[in-house]
Design a protein around this ligand. Structure first.
Ligand code: ZN
Length: 409
């Protein structure tokens, strides 16, 4: 039976959640965000401090007038773990409920070990990272895992993982249940792009935005749509498949069964392949020299470096990919009229200036004038640990209700 929450407790819970979502928030900002009077906020905050939920941090910088006092959750309330189980890299982060990093670890995922091998290794790395953080195992409250396959978030299941040689290993895997059985705490499973987008909202360029789209381009292409500050999931949870927007109706057949999908034309992989194919045909390029004469060693960073040195093949390959991304982004602008689109992932980290300029040009060219003029196009400031940190934030936000309620029992 649902527990009856008194009105005063409900207000406390609301404020508790706001502080969790916005660590170091001041009483004045809390009052603005919640719509409660400053007197009411003072009362609720005092009660939460008395109950041991909050700590006050006095800003060291001297400000004229009253000092700004930031409010955060007490670190001893517990910690969470965020895991980004990527195709190539496995990233683990231990944080407190404010998202402060206590320990982190990055290793190759080594998908070739198969599902059981990958998970066994993941579990021992999680235990090692937790031990190095100094957090006691009983202080661990939950785990969030980001995975780049097709996910049923509600049931914590990986439905499929369309990567060559991995399809059978990861078909219909109840990963949430497996992790909860192994590590003994609640687990939240989420799509990897949504995990990065959550970081963008809390820690990156999306901080002050309500209606925006985060676009991630690396080995694949994905997006996460924020409407009124919340992730829009769609009818059955599969919204944001930006990589499957058709940008060329006569384009190449893709593994999804359709043709001309953005992901078939504009990822790090396709750009590298374009350059390698041109080299095979004898096109001169600095990328070869930068890769030590070995076409197989060409990376997206090498292509970006060559483009910066005016290598025309490298420039064209990046620019063409950016044009496709721009065309799809123009459709997003027309359809959703977002305040901003934030571009992140390995591709945009490699050549932010060149790519953004081209995307901006195509969006201005293709999108309806009013929306095109009003949308801000940004590059994500986040690094490659955005997925694991985003998962830690997501799972902490999920747990905050129960942490408060249990203390009221
Ligand atoms: Zn497709």
């Amino acid at each position: 039976m649902p527990r009856v929450v008194r009105k005063s407790s409900q207000t406390e819970l609301t404020i508790f959640k706001l502080i969790q979502a916005t660590p170091s928030i001041s009483r004045v900002e809390l009052s603005k965000l919640s719509g409660l009077s400053s007197a009411a906020i003072t009362g609720v905050v005092s009660s939460l401090i008395q109950k041991g939920f909050l700590v006050e941090e006095r800003a060291s910088a001297k400000v004229i007038g009253r000092k700004r006092v930031g409010l955060s959750l007490r670190s001893s309330l517990g910690c969470v773990i965020g895991i980004d189980l990527g195709t190539f890299n496995l990233r683990i982060v231990v944080t407190d409920l404010n998202g402060e990093i206590l320990a982190s670890r990055q290793e190759r995922t080594e998908m070739g070990r198969g599902r059981e091998g990958v998970l066994d290794r993941c579990f021992s790395l999680v235990r090692e990272t937790l031990a190095s953080s100094g957090v006691r195992p009983d202080e661990l409250l939950g785990i969030g895992v980001a995975f780049s396959g097709v996910i049923d978030v509600q049931h914590g299941r990986i439905l499929s993982y369309p990567r060559l040689g991995q399809v059978e290993q990861w078909r219909n895997v109840p990963l949430k249940e497996i992790i909860e059985d192994e590590l003994g705490v609640p687990c939240l499973l989420e799509d990897s792009v949504r995990a990065v987008a959550t970081s963008e909202k809390y820690l990156g360029a999306g901080h002050a935005l309500k209606d925006f789209v985060y676009v991630d381009v690396g080995m694949g292409v994905g997006a996460s749509i924020f409407i009124d500050g919340k992730i829009y999931r769609g009818y059955n949870g599969s919204a944001g498949e930006f990589g499957h927007m058709t940008v060329d109706v006569d384009g190449p057949l893709y593994c999804c069964g359709s043709n001309g999908c953005l992901e078939a034309l504009a990822t790090c992989t396709t750009i590298i392949e374009t350059v390698q194919t041109a080299i095979e045909k004898g096109v001169p390029t600095k990328t070869l020299e930068l890769a030590g004469g070995n076409p197989a060693a060409i990376t997206i960073e090498i292509i970006a470096q060559a483009a910066e040195q005016n290598d025309s093949l490298a420039y064209r390959a990046l620019s063409e990919a950016a044009s496709h991304i721009g065309a799809a982004a123009a459709d997003l602008v027309n359809l959703l009229n977002p305040q901003a689109i934030i571009f992140g992932g390995a591709l945009f980290r490699s050549a932010p200036g060149l790519l953004l300029e081209q995307v901006r040009r195509v969006v201005r060219h293709r999108a309806m004038e009013k929306s095109a003029n009003d949308v801000t196009l940004l590059i994500s400031p986040l690094l490659s640990d955005a997925g694991s940190r985003g998962m830690a934030r997501l799972v902490a936000a999920e747990l905050v209700d129960s942490i408060y309620m249990n203390s009221q029992a």
